[in-house]
Design a binder for this molecule. Structure first.
Ligand SMILES: Cc1cc2nc3c(=O)[nH]c(=O)nc-3n(C[C@H](O)[C@H](O)[C@H](O)COP(=O)(O)O)c2cc1C
Length: 333
């Protein structure tokens, strides 16, 4: 099934869903820097969507510029997925729904959600069908490699394709790999070779426009999704698009610009009680652009309030400059 976001000749560039980080304010920051072609919300717990007031849920706040935006759902019970989508259809106009069959965090897997579902293909299919019954919008899945065995990846994908998914994003690490082992891009190619008609977005360890181009050409996939490097450089999509078109990487903005912009957007979109925490969560990543970032982060954590944190940040980053790509974080979380 083809969907319009893939009906352009250029590769699709997508911002990865990242819990606590890709809220409306951050997505808008990415959009202001030139944007990408596909955004996802942070993962939304289907139970919370069903039982909380969607109008008061901070995870469901949407911005003005982030299109197309897919809601990413996480859970286990097909009926709750169905009810969640029905609810979201009544309140919002997400352009599609993405099903999280890839999050490998301990707590998520202990509930049997995310990557824990990779070992239960029949349940994955039931979830896809339950969602599709309640929406006419595209439904996609975000997968990890089940176990690096080609047959298992292809057999799961085949079932999902038959159930009607519109596209697949693959982060080719197995659930037990964490971030320690490199993403195995050849597994993205396995998918493309086996299912030429299925649009595939490749994800994992893209830290520069050059690596985005390499992944696209090695894997033959339609798109590339970038996560951590977009936290370090929210303008990486603009740079990648320009690099793919013209082989040129634009000049980076001054280091204080992104934090100033994000602080303003956080004030615009997020409720008071979340603002400082969300800003700090992002700074943990952004400051890894700089050699003394961990030290800066420690100092900023001690400041109370968004304004005080920003004021100190301005001082600390005044003499800093951004190195050329790759924008690779040196800490894992
Ligand atoms: C802090 C953090 C939060 C994440 N949260 C989610 C999430 O909510 N849903 C999801 O599907 N993946 C999540 N991921 C995985 C990313 O979407 C992505 O697959 C992974 O970071 C690999 O891409 P990268 O190498 O470009 O960072 C998260 C990753 C990080 C680092």
């Amino acid at each position: 099934m083809s969907i319009s976001i893939f009906e352009v000749e250029k590769p699709l560039l997508s911002l990865a869903p990242m819990a606590g980080l890709t809220h409306a304010a951050f997505r808008e920051l990415v959009a202001l820097y030139g944007g990408c072609n596909l955004y996802f919300t942070e993962m939304l717990n289907v139970r919370a969507v069903v039982f909380q007031n969607p109008r008061k849920d901070p995870y469901l706040i949407c911005g003005e510029r982030e299109h197309p935006l897919f809601a990413q759902l996480v859970g286990r019970d097909p009926e709750l997925f169905a009810r969640a989508v029905k609810r979201l259809e009544g309140f919002f106009s997400f352009e599609g729904y993405d099903l999280n069959f890839g999050c490998a965090r301990g707590a998520i897997q202990r509930y049997g959600w995310g990557a824990a579902l990779l070992g239960e293909p029949e349940l994955c299919v039931e979830i896809v069908l339950a969602v599709k019954e309640n929406t006419s919008r595209p439904v996609s899945v975000k997968l990890r490699s089940p176990d690096h065995h080609r047959e298992n990846l292809l057999s799961l994908t085949e079932k999902l394709l038959q159930a009607g998914v519109s596209f697949v994003t693959l982060h080719p690490r197995a659930p037990k790999d964490g971030f320690k082992r490199p993403a195995r891009w050849e597994e993205i190619r396995w998918l493309k070779e086996a299912f030429p008609e299925l649009p595939v977005i490749g994800n994992g360890d893209v830290f520069s426009p050059q690596e985005a181009r390499k992944l696209l050409s090695e894997c033959g996939c339609e798109g590339v999704m970038i996560g951590r490097a977009a936290l370090l450089r929210p303008w990486i999509f603009r740079d990648t698009a320009r690099f793919l078109d013209e082989g040129v990487i634009p000049v980076a903005p001054p280091p204080v610009e992104a934090p100033e912009r994000l602080a303003r957007l956080i004030e615009k979109y997020l409720p008071e009680e979340l603002r400082e925490k969300r800003f700090e969560l992002w700074l943990f990543w952004y400051l890894q652009n700089f050699r003394y970032g961990v030290h800066y982060f420690g100092l900023i954590k001690k400041e109370k309030g968004l304004a005080a944190k920003l004021a100190l940040l301005k001082k600390l980053l005044k003499e800093e400059r951004l190195d050329p790509y790759p924008a690779r974080p040196y800490l894992l979380r």
